[in-house]
Ligand binder design. Structure first.
Ligand SMILES: Nc1nc2c(c(=O)[nH]1)N[C@H]1C(S)=C(S)[C@@H](COP(=O)(O)OP(=O)(O)OC[C@H]3O[C@@H](n4cnc5c(=O)[nH]c(N)nc54)[C@H](O)[C@@H]3O)O[C@H]1N2
Ligand SMILES: Nc1nc2c(c(=O)[nH]1)N[C@H]1C(S)=C(S)[C@@H](COP(=O)(O)OP(=O)(O)OC[C@H]3O[C@@H](n4cnc5c(=O)[nH]c(N)nc54)[C@H](O)[C@@H]3O)O[C@H]1N2
Ligand SMILES: [Mo]
Length: 711
């Protein structure tokens, strides 16, 4: 009997005789529409002793990736912050003293309220790094306090694609893969970045879905692809215009959609005429025959859809226009909001579109942003402010520096990582000018060390959060363990602060669950009901929107139509067509720097075991890829006498890093590729802080010039 009990315990079998219980939660190391996987957490004596994928969870159906599987190393990490801290030494010295929650709140509230009285609430910025789940609450807190400035990671991620779509169609839609015959995967590398979606993609490919992959690199997807278009980084716009050239010259476009539902087609057609397959080959490096073949397959092998990503096409100094050029292919071929094309489902919660109706916008904006002073970056990027309800974080260091149009004096951030910014050394210097920098963090990061006050947050296992998924699955998790040490859920911190700095916000002051019930109300769901479904519930009567909604509603653009030529861009004095411009730093546009820095550098291609800066400290993840590396073609390496695994110096005109070389044929000669976010090297020092797209303010992370030499 005893032996049997030992065996059960050792094998972590749940039950009364082992005291092991399975509780349901989700992973929040990644957050996005193909992530936040369902988890079975095995709990014994209040500790997580094992995790596995939740089989009944539609998102991941029992699978977990390398990061989720290492959850215990994330939760019980020695770097977790265990109590509120106040800085003692010089900024960045890492010297802190423990303080009580009460003292932390009082100090913060007193400072924020005095700044508000002196220079206005707009001098205070609320912010969030990659973490998304808390944003509606943090942004509302800021608005109720009186500041328009909510500055998040989305100033470098996704929102530029939303601007491109807003200008062109009003709103974009994801690929309706179920009904699609041909899918253009425009650099969305789901095998490394959204593994829960990869499984479904392979199933569709086995079912006959044709794939056109656009990617400078050969990836895991390439073996499944019918056509692979390996372009030079940053030339996406030219490639898209080249594809349009073939579609138009061979008359493969949807004439009736275009005549009825678009504006600017004639100007677009005239502009596109210049991008012959031959010329496009010269710019992009993709063979003319392949461009022709891909254009024909996309236009005639439909219904065809396009899967875009949040970053590779817009991390360029011509990012928004590149992205406009590629999404225009959907309307051009009559696939926009059509079955098997790109299906528009309005966002209901945290960037995910479902048929479950919630009050997201109404909750975040108890008052209109236009009643408040201009947001950070609004003057520099007026179109950003038209399409995005946040400040442009890339402009934050600039405004702290200049004090114009008004001073920025305090930053209250949830999980801020200075390595997100290009030229991050500039931002670090600017932190010194702030009267108060609060960072709410899980771990004592390099950025937390720069704060005046650090507040300990807890992981998804220790809190309750609401998530919606495509397919109308909804979950409201409950903590599966107590928060470690004195850490708290971000939400509790937000509500505790609200009572002190936004006492007039009656809804916030009723607490988290009351707010959730208010948000959920139109869907008929309640906190009480969701609690009865620990694995979440699929809302059966959710009403999905129909296709071709423009036929009744028009397009949400100034003309009410799809705009090949954008009214808003024209009014802003910018190119109204999806004009192609070379990246500011490219071998063609910058021949002089290119003499010393002849390689095109793309940064931030994701590694499957790392999530930005989050999982380096998990031993299991770190062992899979221990050292910072650069990928380069063997031909470029042998010219430089570089061998496999050699230490090399990767240099741009601004800075350099020491890194190991990976030699690989997956990249063409002339291109180098590195991951961002390593704690031991400063990748973003390689990039100028003002290397930004003029429309969105997004950094040109993925088209730079560099050279590599043996260390
Ligand atoms: N494991 C893991 N997953 C993640 C993340 C992570 O850090 N780790 N981050 C999440 C976030 S925030 C994001 S934004 C997404 C990104 O998701 P993805 O876009 O799917 O991933 P990336 O690896 O950034 O880029 C995809 C591809 O873009 C290619 N690429 C590089 N430069 C260019 C270019 O100039 N043009 C084109 N067309 N392609 C280019 C690269 O070769 C790469 O294969 O991933 C999310 N998922
Ligand atoms: N060179 C280069 N730079 C890039 C990119 C690139 O491709 N190349 N990509 C850009 C893109 S697309 C993105 S999305 C950004 C990445 O955006 P970042 O914000 O840099 O991403 P992370 O490092 O994941 O997260 C920031 C912090 O959040 C903390 N955190 C995690 N969970 C929680 C939580 O629940 N609560 C709180 N309070 N904190 C939490 C983490 O510990 C971490 O320190 O980087 C951008 N920067
Ligand atoms: Mo991102």
């Amino acid at each position: 009997m005893l032996l049997e009990q030992e065996r059960l315990k050792k094998n972590k079998i749940p039950g009364l005789n082992t005291g092991i219980e399975i509780r349901k939660t989700i992973c929040a190391i990644c957050e996005g529409s193909s992530s936040s996987c369902g988890i079975n957490a095995y709990i014994k004596d209040g500790r997580v002793i094992k995790v596995e994928g939740m089989t009944e969870f539609p998102q991941n159906q029992g699978t977990l990736c390398a990061k989720g599987n290492a959850s215990r190393q994330y939760i019980y990490n020695k770097d977790r912050i265990m109590s509120p801290l106040k800085r003692k030494g010089k900024r960045g010295s890492g010297q802190f003293e423990e303080i009580s929650w009460e003292e932390a709140y009082e100090t913060i509230a007193e400072k924020l309220l005095s700044i508000k009285a002196e220079t206005g609430a707009e001098s205070v910025v609320f912010g969030a790094g990659f973490t998304k789940w808390l944003r509606p609450f943090a942004q509302r807190l800021g608005i109720s306090f009186g500041t328009p400035n909510f500055a998040t990671e989305s100033s470098t991620c996704f929102y530029a694609t939303q601007i491109a779509a807003g200008l062109t169609y009003g709103q974009w839609g994801g690929p309706d893969i179920k009904n699609s015959n041909c899918l253009m995967m425009w650099s969305a590398n789901v095998f490394g970045t959204g593994t829960a979606g990869a499984k479904k993609l392979i199933a569709a490919i086995r079912n006959g879905l044709k794939i056109i992959e656009v990617n400078p690199a050969v990836t895991h997807l390439t073996r499944y692809a019918d056509i692979h278009l390996g372009l030079r980084p940053g030339t996406d716009g030219a490639l898209a215009l080249g594809l349009a050239n073939v579609i138009i010259s061979e008359e493969l476009y949807d004439q009736s959609f275009i005549s009825k539902w678009t504006v600017g087609f004639d100007e677009y057609k005239a502009y596109v005429a210049d991008f012959t397959p031959e010329k496009t080959e010269t710019i992009t490096g993709v063979a003319a025959e392949l461009i022709i073949k891909a254009a024909r397959l996309f236009a005639t092998g439909g219904p065809s859809s396009i899967k875009t990503s949040a970053s590779p096409t817009v991390h360029h100094t011509n990012g928004v226009q590149n992205h406009r050029a590629l999404i225009a292919l959907s309307g051009l071929t009559g696939n926009f909001d059509a079955p098997g094309g790109n299906y528009v489902v309005p966002e209901t919660w945290l960037h995910v579109g479902t048929g479950v109706e919630l009050r997201q916008k109404q909750f975040i904006f108890p008052r209109d942003l236009t009643d408040l002073p201009p947001r950070i970056g609004q003057e520099a990027f007026p179109l950003w402010s038209q399409f995005v309800n946040e400040a442009q974080s890339m402009w934050l260091p600039r405004q702290i520096d200049s004090g114009q149009p008004y001073p920025i004096r305090a930053l209250v951030a949830f999980g801020y990582n200075q390595r997100m910014w290009p030229g991050n050394d500039y931002l670090i210097r600017m932190f010194d000018k702030l009267d108060l920098f609060v960072n709410v963090e899980l771990f004592m990061t390099d950025t937390a060390k720069l704060a005046d006050i650090v507040l300990p947050a807890c992981t998804s296992f220790e809190r309750s959060e609401l998530r919606l998924y495509p397919g109308n699955h909804v979950i409201l998790t409950q903590p599966v363990i107590e928060p470690l040490g004195q850490s708290k859920s971000d939400i509790d911190i937000i509500f505790d602060l609200a009572r002190r700095i936004a006492p007039d916000d009656r809804l916030l002051n009723q607490g988290y669950e009351a707010c959730l019930d208010w948000i959920l109300e139109p869907s008929g769901l309640t906190v009480e009901k969701l609690r009865q479904h620990p694995s979440g519930m699929t809302v059966k009567d959710a009403v999905m929107p129909g296709f071709r909604k423009y036929e009744t509603d028009g397009f949400a653009t100034p003309s009410g139509k799809m705009e090949f030529s954008s009214t808003a861009l024209k009014e802003a004095g910018l190119d109204p067509l999806p004009t192609y411009r070379e990246p500011v730093l490219s071998p063609i546009s910058a021949p002089e720097p290119a003499e010393n820095y002849p390689l095109v550098l793309t940064t931030g291609t994701r590694l499957p075991m790392y999530m930005h800066s989050r999982t380096f400290r998990n031993e299991w993840n770190r062992r899979l890829h221990p050292d910072p590396t650069v990928m380069m073609n063997p031909e470029d390496a042998s010219k430089r006498d570089i061998g496999i695994g050699d230490e090399v110096i990767l240099a741009t005109h601004r800075s350099q890093v020491k890194i190991r070389a990976i030699l690989t044929d997956t990249l063409k000669p002339g291109i180098a590729n590195i991951y961002h976010g390593w704690p031991e090297i400063e990748v973003n020092h390689l990039i100028d802080y003002d290397y930004l797209d003029p429309i969105s303010g997004f950094p040109g992370f993925k088209s730079l010039l560099c050279d590599i030499r043996k260390a």
